[in-house]
Design a protein around this ligand. Structure first.
Ligand code: HEM
Ligand code: HEM
Length: 187
């Protein structure tokens, strides 16, 4: 499989970046919401946070910058021709939201902690300070983290339903071309 995209298919780099981010973000949801709904104790959350949620979130942030640079330096597979204008708008709008969330979920988590005078140190490396020791900022960041997360649940539902509709109802190539080669058979 080629590394680069072509006009009608995603290359290996785009596919790996897509599914890696999807997997990590799913686990971010599990860990984040286990704490938000108080299913795990503060002590368990502290472990989740240090060993998964914070470092994995920073990995998503690093990957999304690389992904955006890759996306805009490559050919981009077109959406299928049969899609109506509002379907294109919904699909593209969802993609913009997903990219925005991949940037701002980690940044708000990072800034929220720094505002409380707590280092953010994935893999033992202290990251630069954002809003260091400006307490009110931590509440704002926590709220934004939460609102983007709830928005993300809705947009992801739309994204997944859209992908399944392409495959099951429209029977086009949209989902197949994002999957590893040979995973979904053509009719
Ligand atoms: C956290 C989870 C996910 C995130 C953040 C995410 C993000 C994205 C983004 C940003 C794009 C647009 C790529 C571009 O045009 O630059 C995309 C495309 C795509 N995603 Fe996802 N995705 C996720 C999960 C999924 C899942 C679970 C599925 C399948 C059921 C899926 C199927 C697709 C497909 C088929 C495309 C290609 C659409 C096209 O060809 O234009 N995604 N995804
Ligand atoms: C893609 C990246 C991320 C995703 C998808 C994500 C997702 C979530 C979700 C769904 C929640 C539960 C709802 C909420 O309270 O906001 C949460 C909570 C939280 N996240 Fe993240 N997060 C990400 C990155 C980060 C990073 C990088 C940090 C810290 C540096 C962080 C720190 C926190 C904290 C402190 C909470 C609050 C837990 C509590 O309610 O006490 N997150 N996250």
């Amino acid at each position: 499989m080629p590394l680069s995209n072509s006009a009608d298919g995603w290359g290996a780099v785009s596919k790996v970046l897509h599914w890696l981010a999807a997997g990590i973000i799913l686990a971010q949801f599990v860990t984040g919401f286990l704490r938000y709904f108080k299913i795990v104790s503060a002590d368990t959350w502290a472990l989740f946070y240090s060993y998964w949620h914070m470092p994995a979130g920073i990995v998503v942030l690093a990957l999304v910058f690389f992904r955006l640079a890759w996306r805009f330096s490559q050919p981009h597979p077109e959406l299928p021709e049969h899609m109506r204008w509002w379907e294109r708008l919904a699909a593209n709008g969802a993609h913009v939201y997903l990219y925005t969330a991949m940037v701002f979920m980690p940044l708000t988590g990072w800034a929220g902690f720094n505002a409380l005078k707590i280092e953010v140190n994935p893999f033992g490396v202290n990251l630069p300070h954002l809003f260091w020791d400006i307490r009110p900022v931590s509440f704002v960041m926590a709220d934004i983290h939460l609102y983007i997360a709830f928005g993300l649940v809705l947009v992801l539902l739309l994204h997944v339903i859209g992908a399944l509709k392409h495959h099951i109802v429209d029977r086009d190539d949209t989902l197949r071309r994002m999957m590893p080669k040979g995973w979904l058979k053509a009719d």
